[in-house]
Design a protein around this ligand. Structure first.
Ligand code: GLN
Length: 229
């Protein structure tokens, strides 16, 4: 008799920090955004299913390592440090860091120096940049606060509790379009986003890279870029 292969596609759990519009955010109670559509398109092209988990950004890599999630699709920058613990796909988006201040506050790039308060999201490249360049150097004499989500960080800025938020440029632009905040500087960090899997999960990484290549070639990626940017 012939072995019967069940026609059930494997479901991978995708971790994301849904506070990063237009890459991932909550709309009408649903996790939506560019990364969400991107991973769905890759899944479709490679014949697997995905379900999503909204987790704070700094818990994503621990989630991969612990095996509670299989994939991270969360505007995550490919860095040497992270590459020691997880594997990344080929890059799919480029970004820099931006400095956001409250609109009408008259503040400018000097918020990065002296006695000012800056806020970031814990564990992001913005957090690392501020730590390396402003805190360790002593250029910033004020305080850095760290939030689990950018939604809270932006709220603190609007409430006037802090002078600036440092975050990825494309997301800063989106927050700027929808909130009374404005971008006063761009820090050229030359970051590239990748999708991450647990270190050594070659089978899944290959599928993701194959899918990414396919949606680049068939125009689906361009379609999603047009939809969100
Ligand atoms: N790209 C930044 C990083 O990887 C921020 C990502 C995010 O907050 N979702 O740290």
């Amino acid at each position: 008799f012939a072995a019967i292969t069940p026609a059930v596609a494997k479901t991978y759990v995708v971790g994301t920090s849904a506070d990063f519009p237009p890459f991932e955010y909550i709309k009408d109670g649903q996790i939506v955004g560019f990364d969400i559509d991107l991973i769905k398109a890759i899944a479709k092209s490679q014949g697997f299913d995905v379900k999503f988990q909204d987790i704070s950004f700094d818990s994503l890599i621990p989630g991969l390592t612990a095996g509670t999630i299989d994939i991270v699709a969360s505007g995550m920058t490919i860095t040497e440090e992270r590459k020691k613990v997880v594997d990344f796909t080929e890059p799919y988006y480029s970004a820099n860091q931006a400095v956001l201040v409250k609109k009408g506050s008259g503040k400018n790039v000097t918020v990065l120096f002296g006695n000012h308060k800056i806020t970031v999201q814990t564990g992001t490249t913005g957090d690392l940049w501020v730590e390396e360049n402003l805190e360790k150097t002593g250029i910033l004499k004020g305080k850095v606060t760290r939030f689990d989500t950018f939604v809270l960080a932006i709220q603190d800025l609007i409430n006037g509790n802090v002078d600036a938020v440092v975050l990825d440029t494309p997301v800063a632009k989106r927050y700027m379009a929808e909130n009374p905040v404005t971008m006063v500087a761009e820090i050229i960090t030359g970051e590239e986003y990748g999708i991450a899997v647990a270190k050594g999960n070659k089978d899944l990484l290959d599928k993701l890279n194959k899918g990414l290549k396919e949606i680049k070639a068939n125009g689906k990626l361009d379609e999603l870029l047009k939809k969100y940017f």
